[in-house]
Design a binder for this molecule. Structure first.
Ligand SMILES: CC(C)(COP(=O)(O)OP(=O)(O)OC[C@H]1O[C@@H](n2cnc3c(N)ncnc32)[C@H](O)[C@@H]1OP(=O)(O)O)[C@@H](O)C(=O)NCCC(=O)NCCS
Length: 186
């Protein structure tokens, strides 16, 4: 899957990352998080991501990169599988663990394009919902809403009215009759 999109004056290509790009993506995650939250967070996020790549919950088609025309990777976003644990068993959906854009390419709409593409791709692959813990002001615009509305909570943040644990419903009724907790947080 390759999607070409224009953000401001840039042509951006969005597709799944390939194995040869792992190092460049690791470096991007480090730079993006270090710049915003400090070197310790940058290091922590990279180590976490490297470990996640090795798990069964990592779906390589849903780990996307945004590239410039010259091939430079300027952004990445990844969805991982997550289980909703219900009284009658488990239901497998997805979690958006993180998105990152290089500091010098921010506020050009790159994250927005990557999120739109990755949600479309997830729907195409048959998933019904994507969870995340994050800022409602950022993710509300992509259709994320508090998951407590659906009776689904993160196991560490089960309080009613938690606006920061959110879900984007990809397929209407995907969560009908499903109540429970998720544990994956990305
Ligand atoms: C968060 C991040 C990925 C945004 O990337 P970006 O390409 O600059 O975002 P976009 O230009 O696509 O912005 C999309 C929308 O989100 C808004 N937005 C972007 N960053 C924001 C922020 N930090 N706070 C609030 N809103 C933000 C933009 O104004 C834009 O709004 P619009 O749709 O109304 O125009 C980038 O700043 C980054 O890598 N930050 C460090 C890592 C991080 O915090 N990741 C997210 C949490 S895991």
């Amino acid at each position: 899957m390759i999607k070409k999109t224009t953000t401001s004056d840039l042509n951006i290509f969005i597709r799944s990352e390939i194995e040869d790009e792992h190092e460049e993506v690791n470096e991007l995650i480090f730079k993006a998080f270090s710049e915003s939250y400090g070197i310790d967070t940058g290091t922590e996020m990279v180590e976490h991501f490297k470990a996640e790549r090795k798990k069964d919950t990592f779906i390589s088609e849903l780990s996307l990169v945004a590239l410039l025309e010259n091939g430079k990777i300027v952004g990445q976003v990844t969805l991982h599988e997550t289980n909703i644990i219900t009284e009658s068993g488990k239901n497998t959906q997805l979690t958006l663990s993180q998105s990152a854009v290089l500091p010098e390419y921010r506020m050009l709409g790159i994250m927005r394009e990557m999120v739109i593409v990755v949600l479309d791709k997830a729907k195409e692959m048959g998933y019904g919902a994507v969870f995340l813990g994050g800022n409602p002001a950022v993710y509300g615009r992509f259709g994320f809403e508090p998951s407590c509305k659906y009776g689904i909570y993160h196991e560490n943040r089960t309080k009613m009215g938690d606006e920061g644990y959110m879900v984007c419903i990809l397929v209407p009724d995907a969560l009908n009759g499903i109540n429970g907790t998720t544990s994956y947080y990305g």
